[in-house]
Design a binder for this molecule. Structure first.
Ligand SMILES: CC(C)(COP(=O)(O)OP(=O)(O)OC[C@H]1O[C@@H](n2cnc3c(N)ncnc32)[C@H](O)[C@@H]1OP(=O)(O)O)[C@@H](O)C(=O)NCCC(=O)NCCS
Length: 331
């Protein structure tokens, strides 16, 4: 009895210090419920993510069955060293999020909360912290790819759905067609990044530059003279090769020969052919039916859906030029 009273006293003491609680012995149940809410609301701290949190990041991605590797986490931290965060609940590190400022727009990604810490406001606290950081950085638009679990949280924070993407996965069927694409020399990387900027309305130099540097052997382009008509790249993942981004549009459509006229399908088919008989993931907007058809006819099936969302000023991009997204964390 004495012990029980002591525990209650300690709890009362703690609540009074939090300034939000009046103890009444007859309402023990209410006390406990209030305690849970107060604790989850008050005990979440958000701190900067550092290289020492790599293990946490990898544990959470593995737990969620995501595809990111150590080099993905390192890339996030190097792209936005002051904008990657960890949530600490009652002293334990339980959640992550990353941001990436790309000119006027920014991406939020890697919103992950340990299964044992979910439903206590950790995800919301991480998002709010990330949004404050991005507001200080004066970005006009924040975008992200939401899973069904994340979408309600983002909607509550003012994000608006833009379009849906499907994650295709599977072992690619072999394809004997002759390739029409070429491997670019490093001198062309800048032109590819400029082309991407024109097509997506976002300066993604920071992200693409890093991807190209890490995996130069995976880039393919279609060009007409000096004009880039499209590019595709890919990177290894924990579960499968992630194909994308693939951005393609025929800016010189009138002058093109038939074989070069449609860069998107050629690039996507070529990448699938190069990874034939390997397990791949490709994230494709459902509003690009031709890309969806190619993935399906290559033997891939839909594993899950994401919803691309934005908050702030809409970014003017054309979803028809998006043949494979970079992955949910990069847009
Ligand atoms: C999506 C995810 C990040 C959410 O994290 P979370 O910490 O559970 O999120 P929150 O606790 O802030 O919000 C979840 C729910 O708990 C509720 N909640 C928030 N604060 C709470 C509190 N103090 N006490 C009880 N419930 C609370 C929220 O209202 C929300 O309820 P809703 O589903 O009715 O909207 C987490 O489920 C996760 O890691 N999922 C796997 C990876 C993933 O899909 N990430 C999203 C990428 S887009």
């Amino acid at each position: 009895m004495f012990r029980f009273q002591r525990i209650l006293f300690t709890q009362t003491d703690r609540y009074e210090r939090l300034g939000n609680y009046k103890y009444r012995a007859s309402k023990n149940k209410t006390v406990l419920l209030t305690k849970n809410l107060i604790e989850s609301a008050k005990m979440i701290e958000i701190r900067l993510m550092t290289i020492d949190d790599l293990e946490l990041g990898l544990r959470l991605t593995k737990q969620a069955g995501w595809n990111q590797t150590e080099s993905d986490w390192l890339r996030f931290m190097s792209m936005e060293p002051a904008g990657c965060f960890v949530a600490v609940l009652n002293g334990a590190s339980v959640g992550t999020t990353t941001t990436c400022v790309l000119g006027r727009a920014a991406w939020v990604a890697m919103v992950l909360v340990d299964v044992n810490a979910r439903g206590r406001g950790v995800g919301t606290a991480l998002l709010k912290h990330a949004l404050n950081y991005l507001e200080e950085r004066k970005v006009k638009t924040v975008r992200l790819d939401a899973t069904p679990a994340g979408q309600p949280i983002y909607e509550k924070l003012g994000f608006i759905p833009e379009y849906k993407l499907a994650r295709f996965e599977g072992i690619v069927l072999p394809d004997k067609r002759k390739p029409v694409v070429t491997k670019p020399t490093p001198e062309l990387f800048e032109s590819i990044i400029e082309f991407d900027n024109r097509m997506t309305g976002t300066d993604r130099a920071k992200m693409l530059g890093r991807l190209f540097e890490e995996f130069p052997e995976n880039i393919r382009i279609i060009r007409h003279g000096n004009l880039i008509e499209g590019y595709i790249t890919a990177r290894p993942g924990a579960n499968a090769v992630q194909i994308g981004p693939c951005i393609a549009a025929s800016e010189t459509r009138q002058k093109c020969r038939a074989a070069e006229g449609n860069a998107g399908p050629a690039l996507l088919c070529d990448a699938l052919k190069r990874w034939a008989e390997k397990k791949v993931f490709v994230d494709i907007p459902l509003d690009n039916p031709e890309a969806v058809k190619i993935a399906g006819s290559s033997g891939l099936i839909i594993q899950r859906h994401f919803t691309r969302m934005y908050r702030g000023e809409p970014v003017k991009d054309n979803v028809r030029t998006l043949w494979a997204s970079s992955g949910p964390e990069k847009g």
